[in-house]
Design a protein around this ligand. Structure first.
Ligand code: ATP
Ligand code: MG
Length: 354
């Protein structure tokens, strides 16, 4: 059956990197002997300028009918003073919510020769290859009440989870671990939080169904330390929304290059949403120097998790690795004095190798 893919380029370098990713998707289809139905939609600041909304209903409707959505990035200084509900970022939060993607997956790995920009010593980074699964639609960020109370003298945020919300994201993490090195680290704060005690309970209950996966519980403060002291000890990490927000940013800087980090947000039955971790990078937009590889690696995740072509995903990742090993660099990856190539050339070299 023909798979439908919607591309949402967004703003800034989002348009540059998704142009290359779209080309990659077309070429992958030819290699696989399949056809995609490729469509585009408006999101972010550009969408606001054209329609008055950062997330037009037409975009939502297209995405809901798709098998997968590829997003570039949204935002830019020209939209910074808009009211909160029409800012570009509202479009991003809106599409995540409308697609009900409850699990955010962020793979973090080292690329040989690319460890220079990392704040960690090279020996600590040897063999780092983990994936953080962050619960994305519940927990402290959404629980009610969330308000100023007692006449403004006090404030409350609520960390609320149903057992079902915990189960579905933990199951995703177990399944991922089974396909990897079969190690699952569940991160919580079970020594003080009731929600964490239920989280731990659910992980232990489900672990019976995944006997081949080794489960470890780590308190979030300890996990934050271990990410820096022994990052290569992790395989799959699963955690609630806020802990995942913080830990995934911490992990993102370990390997030193934001231009190489993909992400996937997946849920129950709707399409998955795939996007590079980086933003719209207004400082380099329009110059043709953006690194397209985070978006290429997001396409690989799409092929693996939403489209059912894991071997094509492997092929893209292998090509990225090969091109990096050959010493090809975009400007963000190049050391001082090192030669670099632009967005289009990096894209061509990787695509030629797939
Ligand atoms: P946002 O709020 O959208 O996350 P930000 O300013 O926090 O935006 P980015 O837009 O990701 O973060 O940019 C951070 C820095 O990294 C900028 O200097 C940008 O130029 C650089 N950068 C981000 N993505 C890339 C990329 N794909 N290639 C090269 N440089 C990048
Ligand atoms: Mg940012």
């Amino acid at each position: 059956m023909t798979k439908r893919i919607v591309v949402l380029p967004g703003d800034g370098i989002g348009t540059e990197v998704t142009t290359e990713a779209r080309q990659l998707l077309v070429e992958i289809a030819a290699l696989l002997g399949v056809q995609w139905e490729l469509d585009e939609g408006l999101i972010g600041g550009g969408a606001y300028d054209q329609t008055g909304s950062p997330l037009p209903e037409e975009t939502v409707a297209k995405c809901l009918e798709a098998d997968a959505v590829l997003l570039g990035a949204v935002g830019g200084p020209q939209w910074d003073n808009l009211p909160g509900d029409v800012r570009p970022e509202a479009g991003l939060l809106g599409i995540r919510k409308r697609l009900n993607v409850f699990a955010n997956l962020r793979p973090i790995r080292t690329w040989p020769g690319l460890m220079l920009a990392s704040p960690l010593k090279p020996e600590l980074l040897e063999g780092v290859d983990m994936i953080i699964v962050r619960e994305l639609t519940g927990g402290l960020y959404f629980g009610q009440p969330k308000a100023r109370v007692e006449g403004g003298r006090a404030v409350v945020d609520t960390l609320y989870y149903t057992r079902g919300e915990i189960e579905r994201v933990v199951r995703r993490a177990f399944t991922l671990a089974q396909a990897r090195r079969k190690k699952l680290t569940s991160v919580d704060k079970a020594n003080v939080l009731e929600s964490s005690r239920m989280w731990r309970e659910v992980v232990n209950e489900l672990s019976v169904e995944y006997p081949d996966v080794v489960v470890d519980h780590v308190l979030v403060d300890n996990a934050a330390m271990q990410l820096v002291t022994r990052p290569n000890s992790f395989d799959v990490i699963v955690t609630e929304n806020m802990f995942g927000d913080i830990l995934s940013d911490e992990a993102a800087i370990l390997t030193g290059s934001i231009g190489m980090l993909p992400s996937a947000s997946i849920g129950g039955d709707g399409p998955g949403l795939y996007e590079p971790v980086h933003g719209s990078a207004p400082d380099i937009a329009g110059q043709g120097v953006a690194n397209p590889l985070a978006t290429f690696l997001s396409v690989a995740m799409m092929l693996r998790h939403s489209l059912g072509y894991p071997e094509a995903a492997d092929a893209i990742e292998a090509s990225v690795l090969a091109v990096i090993e050959q010493g090809v660099r975009t400007r963000d990856l190049a050391g001082s004095g090192q030669a670099w190539v632009g967005t289009k050339e990096m894209s061509q070299l990787v695509r030629a190798d797939v």
